[in-house]
Ligand binder design. Structure first.
Ligand SMILES: *Cc1c(COP(=O)(O)O)cnc(C)c1O
Length: 455
């Protein structure tokens, strides 16, 4: 066989035309979402005021194995997909490992990350249902950017409540969203009741994700033809992201490869769930013995140190309750944490797989993660997002284990995005000013104390 190329692209014709729903093959289902007021499992119709109907259906459907990707969604996917499956020859050489390292690169679009895969689907279904606008929140800005692009494409107005501190510190992110007509509002704002109340109580607040979610939901609920959308954690988002794993599997098949280990970074779990889906199917069906590794920051360790419990998905405690690995919705990572992945919980699907022993998890301190990012950038000429660099660090460690044992394993990891908007964090790392903080058990107890009391 000819040498495997540095970058391998499927053709447009080879692109998957369906998403894969991993729940259809799971031996045991994740526990259902609960209505926060009745504590009863959420029915599809209960979700209609929050999500458009097709997405509400995808959220609760545990049996349909494949969903057709709508033609209009595929058309926009084809602007930036298939994404390349890359062979990290230079990194392998630098590490002196016998392992073969592959990565699926999702940063080849203006939003700079995998988030566009779900943003397009969510904007499309909203437009199809005849909705006339959407709202969302964004912290650092990646999700807001992806959704702005998708909404501009489908002609749907979008309000983005952006955490005020990011709004002020990251003016270029705001400008990118504005290019795509996203209406960026610093949160807390005076455009909602909840925002006004927060500002009254605390005029100098720099905002929080919890507050931005509350504003976005209030705006959606009070606006005719408007819905609120989320960029991670949910089952529907993992479904849309399954395109990452389906493309990877097909590309590897053509190259005559199959991964022994699949590694991804884990914030809310959407890229990891999407990357592992098609491979996890084989493992669940007894066709492979691949290992799956979730990598998270030591400063926000929901899988490695969290509790498996029902919790709110947001800090404002207005969303349905999800059974997941969580640090408690009141958990806030330490202020020096620059590497992203700061969500308190984890996708219920991934939480269940982890709980049942199908997946492993590791955590790393951020200086180690940036060290891996810089090494990778020099070898592979891609400046990785700090989030993605967690997966890089995981892959490097696996490859170094192979060096010790002499095993030529095949490693696949997800490179979720580029780091051009994270240069402040890179500068701090390069100047030697970056520090690590690992929460003590006592710190974590404060977050666990915010867990709702549900048996
Ligand atoms: C948002 C984001 C993540 C983390 O989100 P998941 O839902 O866990 O995938 C990882 N990498 C990048 C580049 C992101 O923008």
């Amino acid at each position: 066989m000819a040498k495997i190329p540095h970058r391998f692209y499927l053709t447009e014709e080879q692109m998957p035309t369906q998403w894969y729903n991993l729940r259809a093959d799971m031996k045991q289902q994740p526990d259902p979402l609960l209505n926060p007021s009745t504590l009863k499992p959420v029915e599809e119709q209960d979700l209609y005021p929050i999500f458009c109907k097709k997405l509400a259906h995808q959220e609760v459907d545990c049996t349909t194995r494949y969903f057709d990707i709508p033609e209009e969604v595929l058309d926009m996917y084809k602007i930036f997909r298939p994404s390349p499956l890359c062979r990290a020859y230079n990194l392998e050489k630098a590490l002196g490992t016998p392992a073969k390292i592959y990565y699926k690169f999702e940063g080849n679009n203006t939003s700079g990350s995998h988030k566009l895969n779900s943003a397009i689907a969510q904007a499309y279904y909203a437009k199809e249902q005849g909705l006339t606008s959407l709202t969302t929140e964004t912290g650092a800005g990646q999700w807001g950017t992806a959704l702005s692009e998708a909404c501009a494409y489908f002609g749907l107005p979008l309000d983005i409540f952006m955490v005020k501190v990011s709004y002020e510190q990251k003016p270029f992110r705001k400008a990118v969203m504005q290019v795509f007509d996203g209406n960026v509002i610093p949160s807390p704002s005076t455009t909602t009741q909840v925002g006004k109340k927060i500002l009254q109580d605390n005029p100098n607040t720099s905002g929080s994700l919890g507050c931005a979610i509350s504003e976005a939901v209030e705006k959606a609920v009070n606006t005719e033809g408007c819905r609120y959308v989320l960029g991670s954690v949910l089952n529907q988002v993992l479904l849309h992201q399954s395109i990452i794993g389906l493309e990877s599997k097909k590309a590897m098949e053509i190259l005559g490869e199959y991964p022994d280990v699949v590694i991804g970074c884990a914030g809310g779990g959407s890229n990891l769930g999407g990357l592992i889906g098609a491979f996890m199917q084989d493992k669940i069906l007894g066709k492979s013995d691949t290992r799956f590794v979730a990598v998270e920051p030591a400063s926000c360790p929901s899988l490695t140190r969290g509790r498996y419990a029902y919790d709110f998905c947001d800090t404002g405690k207005i969303t349905p309750l999800a059974k997941m690995y969580t640090l408690g919705s009141g958990f806030i990572p330490s202020a020096n944490h620059a590497g992203g992945l700061r969500y308190h919980g984890m996708s219920p699907i991934l939480s269940k797989l982890y709980h049942d022993g199908y997946m492993e998890a590791v955590s790393y301190e951020q200086t180690k993660v940036f060290e891996a990012a810089v090494q990778f950038a020099k070898c592979e000429t891609i400046l990785p997002a700090p989030e993605s660099a967690h997966a890089i660090k995981g892959a490097i460690d696996e490859a170094l284990k192979c060096k010790e044992s002499g095993e030529a394993k095949t490693i696949l990891f997800g490179l979720t995005g580029t780091g051009y908007f994270d240069m402040k964090a890179y500068s701090e790392y390069l100047a030697g000013n970056m520090t690590d903080y690992v929460p003590t058990d006592e710190d974590l107890e404060k977050g666990f104390a915010t867990l709702p009391d549900i048996k």
